[in-house]
Design a protein around this ligand. Structure first.
Ligand SMILES: [Mn+2]
Length: 369
């Protein structure tokens, strides 16, 4: 239990840190707060929402509910949800009363196009770590933006630490998993806060839960997608990319981009995929100063939306009304543009680019180039 008490019920509350005071200032006097992670929440978004749930309850006596749009389908993330002691509601099923409920947005910003805000909901605060995150004019709620921090989960750890709240072992496991996946086990950008959060939570985590999440059982369909991705994978100099013909769930797309990034000498990867009337793109780079989010936004432009970090980005394009041929042409155009941008950005790197693309996996039956 907390020994601090923000509402002063115990009469001997320590003064709030500036961060906690700023949060308290936007909380409603009555009623429940909605906690909204970005759409198709990943481990960082989910763990951050759970951490906020604990913080609001323990520090401010405020009840909250996790609400999100899109599904959680990746096996590891579903396993994570199984161990989350707080319930959640899908935004589409949300029943709102007459009052407009207050909401906090985690690991994304409501004006990015990547966080769906249910109608009638009033945003009172946003906590995010994406580098291109900007304040919005006219928004006077809490804005805790820490571009460059490895994970929003690390930011939430800091709130819990300042509030002197003991993190339950299941939540410590979720937060650890979030930090590890978001920084790709610290192989991507991180800050001292991420290290502090990770090392401070580790002794308190339920390691059985962490193991169950990391090694969650995978459906057979996952392996079919893997094969599809390997069959389509292409290499061109330091770039590797692939394409998935039909995905039911978007989470596999960044996973393929991550997998390709482990190919030796490859520093840029991306994966495209068809999903209903959308084209999804995930991008990764280990090149310093890669600014993937900015690059992907430049390439997609007005054709869709994109966002991300220095080393990772994701985007989507609406394909409604396009014929299969038009869709494929658009995909080829995007692939060409992406490679063009990458080449220009890597122009001063020592390694020359190959003159032509070739398959990642050469099948013995295929004619050799
Ligand atoms: Mn995140």
């Amino acid at each position: 239990m907390s020994n601090g008490n923000g509402n002063g019920k115990n009469g001997h509350a320590a003064p709030l840190t500036p961060r906690l005071a700023a949060l308290k200032a936007v909380l409603p006097e009555h009623g429940r707060v909605l906690l909204i992670p970005h759409d198709y929440p990943d481990p960082d978004a989910l763990a951050s929402a759970a951490a906020m749930h604990l913080l609001l309850k323990e520090k401010f006596g405020v009840a909250s509910r996790i609400v999100f749009s899109g599904m959680v389908n990746r096996a590891e993330n579903r396993e994570m949800l199984k161990h989350c002691r707080y319930g959640y509601t899908l935004a589409a099923r949300l029943q709102l009363g007459r009052k407009r409920p207050a909401a906090l947005v985690l690991d994304g910003v409501p004006w990015s196009g990547r966080v769906t805000i249910p109608p009638g909901v009033r945003i009172v605060g946003v906590i995010d770590h994406h580098p291109q995150t900007r304040a919005k004019k006219g928004f006077d709620g809490l804005m805790d933006f820490r571009p460059g921090t490895g994970a929003t989960a690390s930011i939430m750890y800091e709130y819990l630490k300042e509030a002197e709240i003991a993190v339950p072992s299941w939540l410590a496991a979720l937060l650890l998993y979030a930090i590890a996946t978001e920084t790709l086990d610290f192989s991507r950008r991180f800050t001292p806060l991420d290290i502090e959060a990770y090392t401070a939570l580790l002794p308190h985590a339920n390691m059985k839960i962490l193991g169950a999440i990391r090694h969650a059982a995978l459906p057979r369909s996952y392996f079919a997608l893997l094969r599809d991705a390997m069959d389509h994978a292409q290499l061109y100099g330091r770039v590797a990319w692939s394409h998935l013909d039909a995905v039911a769930h978007p989470e596999i797309v960044p996973e393929i981009a991550d997998l390709l990034s482990r190919i030796e000498r490859v520093t840029w990867t991306f994966c495209t995929a068809w999903r209903d009337d959308e084209m999804l793109i995930s991008m990764r780079s280990s090149q310093p100063g890669a600014r993937c989010g900015q690059l992907l936004r430049a390439v997609i432009g007005a054709r869709g939306n994109a966002g991300g970090h220095f080393n990772m980005a994701a985007g989507q394009l609406d394909l409604t009304g396009k014929t299969p041929t038009e869709r494929e042409e658009l995909r080829e155009e995007i692939v060409r543009d992406l490679i063009g941008w990458i080449e220009r950005r890597s122009a001063d790197s020592e390694e020359p680019f190959d003159t032509q693309a070739h398959p990642l996996v050469e099948h013995p039956a295929a004619p050799q180039k």
